[in-house]
Ligand binder design. Structure first.
Ligand code: MSP
Length: 476
């Protein structure tokens, strides 16, 4: 029976254009959505942009652009980027949408029993949009390791959200896998963090933060950006106006490892306070590094994803980021590695194989069985591949599918249908038919990863007569 599933991605800050690191959330969610749709399931797939906060406001001010124009311009860059990646979400939400803002205010009202005013004396990192504990401050010697900027001292009246009301329930939910966190190693880190996590500040005085959603019934306070941003996963479904039980709890929430703590502490506490179930799974992926270093505008090593796509094409981009960037651990992007994967694997293993089979198929007038589509639909998928996909081990599942492509390359070399054709044409046709059917079965496994290529391969071999195509991955 067809299931209704909900997958979400982190909504990026609009303080600049997308970089290659941003691609990962979208690509992983897209693979999941395509795989599930292939199985006949209905997938709701949220994306969007996180537009409030001082970091963004200051950028607009420095650029001398009205804030509304600035956030719109950058939000559009993310919207276009998603399209360029071949990613097809069902939703794109902006936190500056008036419907989102109104709904977040309603959410605040519902959280009220767990919110209290207090004075905040402590540290803040505007890069992370995060309040910093004394412990973190000391551990990092007062400098944010991610942004390399000194923490800012704050002394202000804030509203606090009582995490302590839910801490034990969250720990319990994670331990009994009501909420699963992947990978397991990070689940342990989260449990440690939770054990001594204090109540969190959820607002800031308007004089210190003007660009954000107003706290209801308090003209002097603006909501903390994370409360606003996390709510997007619900407001996009119409909460609290609509019944969201069709899609909530989310089946999969994808976030980078740097923001797992917000999703594993504040977020579940908010959901408990709203009396909503927790998401089933939060997958935290690693970082994409550039030449072994974190990408940063200051270092000047930021890679523009559009440059990669324009130079090589979409599926080569997807190939590298889904196979050579590990789903969970940090991975390195270099132009050398990318070029080697392109020519050594995509062009060699797949491009050449398709070319060879199409040329031989055409020469030997191979006619594939008329019930090919049914045959392919009825062939059970490889069990190892299915297990990996079901366990969200996407890069490993792609490896497994690629192994099938490599096996067909080996088979064609061993069976030498071109030599057989000289003495026994009927046998050559039978060999080629089997090889092409194997290719089409493997092609189905790679479809969630390389949708364009996979569609091309299917159309080449399901045509009435096989016509050798232009090379799929030409030499650059
Ligand atoms: N606005 C918050 C998310 C709010 S979600 C309710 C935010 N934005 S971000 O722009 O900093 O990051 C957006 C996503 O991109 C996050 O999942 C983050 O981990 C990911 N990445 C940003 N740089 C990255 C790499 N270099 N590599 C991989 N992913 C990284 O956090």
């Amino acid at each position: 029976m067809s299931k209704k599933l909900y997958v979400t991605t982190a909504i990026p800050y609009v303080n600049g254009a997308p970089h290659i690191g941003h691609a990962l959330d979208y690509l992983l969610a897209d693979v999941y959505a395509r795989y599930q749709r292939q199985l006949g399931n209905n997938v709701r797939f949220q994306t969007g942009t996180d537009e409030h906060g001082n970091k963004i406001f200051d950028k607009a001010k420095n650029a001398n652009i009205p804030i509304e124009d600035y956030v719109k311009e950058n939000s559009d860059k993310f919207r276009n980027f998603i399209k360029k990646l071949g990613v097809e979400p069902t939703d794109f939400i902006r936190t500056s949408d008036t419907e989102h803002e109104r709904r977040v205010q309603l959410i605040w009202e519902k959280l009220k029993d767990h919110i209290y005013p207090a004075d905040y004396e402590g540290w803040y990192c505007s890069g992370c949009e995060s309040f910093i504990t004394e412990k973190e401050y000391a551990e990092n010697n007062g400098i944010c390791p991610d942004h390399q900027t000194p923490y800012q001292k704050l002394s202000e009246k804030n509203y606090y959200f009582r995490i302590s009301d839910f801490k034990d329930r969250i720990i319990e939910a994670i331990k009994n896998h009501e909420l699963t966190i992947l990978p397991e190693s990070r689940e342990k880190q989260v449990l440690n963090l939770l054990a001594d996590s204090p109540d969190v500040s959820v607002s800031r005085p308007k004089k210190n933060l003007s660009w954000g959603i107003a706290v209801p019934d308090d003209d002097d306070q603006i909501m903390y950006v994370w409360l606003d941003a996390l709510s997007n996963y619900l407001t996009v479904l119409g909460y609290p106006d609509n019944d969201i039980s069709e899609y909530w709890p989310a089946d999969l929430q994808i976030v980078g490892k740097d923001i797992l703590r917000f999703h594993a502490i504040i977020w579940p506490a908010m959901l408990f306070a709203l009396d909503l179930p927790l998401p089933k799974l939060i997958l935290s992926h690693g970082y994409v590094l550039a030449n072994g270093q974190k990408m940063s505008k200051t270092i000047g090593n930021v890679i523009d994803p559009l440059e990669v796509i324009d130079k090589y094409g979409l599926d080569p981009f997807r190939y590298f980021f889904l196979r050579h960037v590990d789903t969970f651990e940090d991975s390195d992007f270099t132009w050398e590695k990318f070029g080697a994967a392109y020519s050594g694997e995509l062009a060699n293993d797949l491009g050449n194989l398709v070319q060879r089979l199409a040329v031989l198929g055409s020469k030997n007038s191979v006619k594939l069985p008329s019930e090919l589509a049914t045959m392919l639909n009825n062939t059970p998928a490889d069990t190892k591949y299915v297990r990996l996909m079901e366990n969200y081990e996407f890069s490993k599942a792609f490896d497994c599918a690629w192994g099938k492509i490599q096996q067909i390359n080996k088979d064609i070399n061993d069976l030498q249908p071109w030599a057989v054709a000289k003495t026994d044409p009927a046998k050559a046709v039978a060999i080629l038919t089997d090889l092409i059917i194997s290719l089409l079965s493997a092609n189905k496994l790679i479809a969630p990863f390389l949708p364009e290529t996979s569609a091309k391969i299917l159309s080449i071999f399901s045509a009435e007569t096989i016509v050798p195509p232009e090379p799929l991955f030409p030499k650059n």
